[in-house]
Design a protein around this ligand. Structure first.
Ligand code: 5AD
Ligand code: SF4
Length: 475
């Protein structure tokens, strides 16, 4: 080991240097224990975190760690979420269990990262009540994982490094994809919208976009590596490009990505209704690779609450946007996010939400009970809704969402549609499971060799939220 070499200041070169240092550490571990160290990265929360975990795994793999399937490992990383309080509670609960493992394996290291670590109170609580944690870092310095882990491995104290925000985007580091045939691709980071209930702008920082050329190069590389489906990731992809020179739009980006050879499907997440332009609707319709699916968070059907939530649209504007989208793309699958029990929500407000659900007829919806988040304006509001009322509304909403979802899903019965096969069926031998471009799940006869292939399938029977299909490719 050459200790006289100083680490480069430039990124990503600096992190490659520290991956080298980790490799040396792994070699020493191997000499001592006659086995490689194992690592388990556990993801909480959204697709953004799932992608971040692939970056963490890529670094660990390159450093020589072996993948562990559970928490009995030499290194456990929890990539946390804080969008609702129960996400935080889950992490605290599991930390207790980790402490037990650490007592059995004193060389074990525990690292925590992700959105929850961007909250000062969380970090203080961990320092005070969970002193066995070895490393804490945040969302803005995730790319420094190799360096931070190397410091933590050589430090008996807890290593803590979180940043309030950052303008740097460092992407050229190893990644270990969960699926060979599909991948997330970050196109932007952060959020500037400050919806009144949401903690994301406080923990993910200000909006910043990647340059189209960098995104396209990454996708071209993925496509040449066999990736057929990509999910473009951002908190609000419709405002993509606003921070860049020349202000490229998300629609222009879609047209460019649509030209990439080998790529079959383009998905994106998430769209804010206030920024969904006509240009984007036409781009979705014209680009054959863009999937027939739009996730368009409603949050509430009450114009009064939408204004209080700082959403910048009202019930009528949302409904007319849905009409416009369906006029251009009649088969599109629409999904949404809805919050129940926002402070001050009256029965009338709730019925407005139910009305939108019945009129739009979503294919599926994520329904959430409002959760009070630190720093957010909604948390300060006096008229928080009693739990019993919220649960009653939540149950009524879920019933309606599920009933409509089942009816909507059945609308393609009898059609022949392409399924991208994702995995062997978990429950039944001889079946594989995949998705239509509208994101509906289909089970069909097949085996492992079908994974990653697109197969035309007749949708024989709808079983509620999924289809049973038969192959028409002769296999
Ligand atoms: N309480 C409940 N749900 C929330 N979401 C965001 N913040 C909160 C909160 N404080 C939901 C929104 C968002 C989704 C990702 O999480 O519906 O679209
Ligand atoms: Fe949160 Fe609103 Fe930003 Fe979505 S758009 S991440 S709900 S603040």
């Amino acid at each position: 080991m050459n200790n006289t070499v100083t680490p480069p200041d430039q990124e990503p070169e600096r992190q490659h240097y520290f991956i080298g240092k980790l490799k040396e550490w792994v070699d020493d571990f191997y000499s001592e224990f006659k086995r490689k160290p194992t690592a388990f990265v556990c993801t909480f929360g959204c697709q953004m975190n799932a992608r971040d975990s692939e970056k963490l795994r890529g670094i660990l793999l390159q450093a020589g760690y072996e993948t562990a399937e559970g928490e009995e490992a030499d290194l456990v990383v929890y990539n946390t979420c804080t969008v609702r309080e129960n996400a935080n509670l889950k992490v605290y609960g599991r930390l207790g269990v980790l402490n037990g493992y650490k007592k059995k394996n004193p060389n074990m290291k525990i690292a925590l990262c992700g959105c929850m670590m961007q909250e000062e109170e969380v970090v203080s609580k961990i320092q005070k009540s969970y002193p066995f944690v070895d490393l804490i870092f945040g969302t803005h310095n995730l790319y420094k994982f190799a360096e931070l882990l190397f410091i933590a491995l050589n430090n008996n104290e807890m290593t803590v490094e979180t940043w309030d925000d950052s303008t740097a985007i460092v992407e050229e580091l190893p990644k270990k994809r969960k699926y060979s045939f599909k991948s997330g691709v970050n196109i932007m980071f952060g959020c500037n919208n400050f919806c009144s209930y949401c903690i994301v702008p406080y923990v993910r920082g200000r909006e910043k976009s990647r340059y189209p050329i960098d995104i396209i190069r990454e996708i071209e590389k993925l496509a040449s590596d066999g990736v057929k489906e990509i999910m473009l990731l951002g908190q609000n992809v419709n405002s993509y490009g606003k921070t860049l020179d020349g202000q490229p739009t998300f629609a222009q980006l879609l047209y460019d990505i649509n030209k990439i050879d080998g790529l079959e499907r383009i998905r994106f997440m998430t769209s804010h209704p206030k920024d969904l332009s006509d240009e984007l609707i036409y781009a979705m319709a014209e680009c054959d690779k863009v999937c027939d699916h739009l996730h368009l968070p409603l949050q509430s059907g009450s114009s009064r609450l939408l204004q209080d939530m700082n959403r910048h649209y009202d019930k009528e504007k949302y409904l007319s946007l849905v009409d416009k989208i369906r006029n251009v793309m009649p088969d599109i699958s629409l999904t949404t996010d809805i919050i129940v029990g926002y402070p001050g929500e009256s029965e009338e407000d709730f019925l407005e939400t139910m009305d939108v659900v019945k009129r739009v007829r979503y294919d599926s919806a994520f329904t959430f009970i409002y959760s009070k988040r630190t720093k957010t304006p909604a948390a300060e509001k006096p008229d928080q809704i009693p739990e019993a009322i919220v649960h009653d509304r939540f149950d009524r909403l879920l019933d309606t969402v599920q009933k409509i979802g089942r009816e909507q899903t059945a609308r393609f019965t009898g059609r022949i549609m392409n399924v991208l096969v994702e995995e062997e069926n978990q429950k039944e031998n001889g079946l594989v499971t995949g998705r239509l471009t509208n994101n509906f799940v289909v089970h069909l006869p097949g085996n492992k060799s079908d994974i990653g292939h697109t197969i035309p399938v007749k949708l024989d029977e709808c079983k509620g939220f999924y289809y049973l299909g038969s192959r028409i490719d002769g296999n």
